[in-house]
Design a protein around this ligand. Structure first.
Ligand code: SAH
Length: 399
């Protein structure tokens, strides 16, 4: 097997079990290797440390599959890791009965470059690295074995594949495409039915990571006027309605996302549709207009897209986060609640909290954090991989 020899001192991050080996850490390769092949990782002194997947185009030159240099990376390896990921979620009471669930959360489940989201009997699979791309067949077979899923759709069209030199790949990789006469795919999320478009929706079709926070919104919504910014298909909006919100105004710049939101509302006849309003607009523009109009809301949700995909974009992203949070505070009624999120890997919790604090000061509002928010338990964070904690949020109350 080809050997990847690290530069002196660069073995330290591997001792801390961080799975990424950067370009600058690699001294040389002994042997020939194709993208995605498994290499044996050795420190400068020749000690064997790990097995990893080779990614020649990426700055992350190799991703560790196993810190046991004697473990063989083969079909059985993927069966073991995937069965463990599925089993881990089965014992968590907070996930019991959820039709929508992240089954594999990449590095945090010991499977770099693999994301798998289950929606009922359908799984949406996303492979984002050269290594995981190479093992597609084994991964699909192991997923079918561990879950009995009827269908798997591959949605490997994320931008990060470009950094790996990979083309985008989409299509059904297990089972048949649903027939035209079948009802569209949907899940029950804590009593609300939500459609999931694995083929045309964002990412794997749906933002499972906000499930618990949508439920919290429901618990807080009674009698309140709610503003849901960046609403996508209306998950927060519908839970707010289910919680008895007086009125829910939802904004997104995407027409198809809002069409999905309206369709979702129609699928939930138990909710009072007359209390909703959908606005296709840029959130930054819309909130400025509301401010001029003097509008106020009792509960505001800010769940923007990833402004900073990496630390390199952090500064510009920080300005954008500051901007919307400032507008959010200005639109909050006295005693109002703000639920604000960042899903940017490049913005840590501490920085996010500082940005939000700065926004409150500029808005002239005193505010306190009532709760820190994160992704649900189906998005575990490996202790050695802080990057896995991408979603952070704050529930604040203004004076
Ligand atoms: N809260 C949603 C997920 C939000 S994803 C849920 O629970 O499902 C982010 C959304 O922001 C996407 O739907 C995207 O279309 C929208 N978006 C991105 N930039 C925007 C902008 N400047 N103004 C309004 N919407 C925007």
């Amino acid at each position: 097997m080809t050997q990847l020899i690290l530069k002196d001192g660069k073995e330290r991050s591997l001792f801390r079990r961080h799975p990424w080996i950067f370009e600058g850490s690699v001294a040389r390769l002994d042997g020939r290797v194709r993208p995605g092949d498994t290499v044996e990782v050795l420190d400068a002194g020749g000690r064997r440390l790990a097995k990893a997947a080779w990614s020649p185009k990426s700055q992350i030159r190799a991703r560790v599959w196993s810190f046991d240099p004697d473990e063989t990376i083969d079909d059985a390896f993927f069966k073991r890791r995937i069965a463990a990921a599925v089993a881990r979620r089965e014992v968590l009471p907070q996930l019991a009965g959820q039709a929508g669930m992240r089954l594999i959360h990449g590095e945090s489940d010991g499977l770099p470059g693999v994301i798998a989201d289950r929606y009922g009997d359908t799984i949406c699979l996303q492979l984002t690295a050269a290594g995981s791309d190479k093992w597609r067949k084994a991964i699909v077979a192991a997923l079918v074995k561990a879950t009995g899923a009827a269908r798997i759709y591959e949605r490997s069209d994320s931008d990060v594949r470009g950094l790996e030199g990979l083309e985008s790949v989409t299509g059904w990789v297990h089972g048949e495409a649903p027939g035209v006469d079948e009802p569209p795919l949907s899940i029950d999320e804590n009593g609300v039915r939500l459609g999931v478009d694995v083929v045309g929706g964002h990412k794997t079709g749906f933002y499972l990571d906000q499930r618990d926070n949508r439920l919290l919104t429901r618990a807080l919504a009674a009698g309140r006027s709610v503003l849901n910014c960046f609403c996508y298909t209306g998950g927060f909006s519908l839970q707010a309605l289910a919680g008895g919100a007086a009125h829910v105004l939802s904004i997104d710049s995407s027409g198809p996302a809002l069409a999905g939101a309206r369709a979702n509302l129609a699928q939930n006849p138990q909710l009072d549709a007359s209390r909703t309003e959908w606005l296709e607009a840029d959130v930054f523009d819309a909130l400025r207009v509301f401010r001029k109009e003097g509008r106020k809301f009792d509960l505001i949700v800010l769940d923007p897209p990833k402004f900073a995909p990496s630390a390199a974009h952090a500064e510009r992203a920080a300005r954008a986060y500051k901007d919307i949070n400032l507008l959010g505070f200005r639109l909050l009624a006295p005693g109002g609640l703000l639920m604000t999120y960042s899903c940017s890997g490049g913005i840590g919790l501490e920085l996010f909290q500082k940005i939000v604090a700065g926004a409150a000061i500029d808005a002239g509002r005193d505010a306190r954090i009532l709760q820190r928010l994160a992704a649900g338990a189906d998005h575990p964070v490996a202790v050695h991989f802080p990057e896995g904690e991408y979603l952070k949020g704050l529930l604040l109350q203004a004076d």
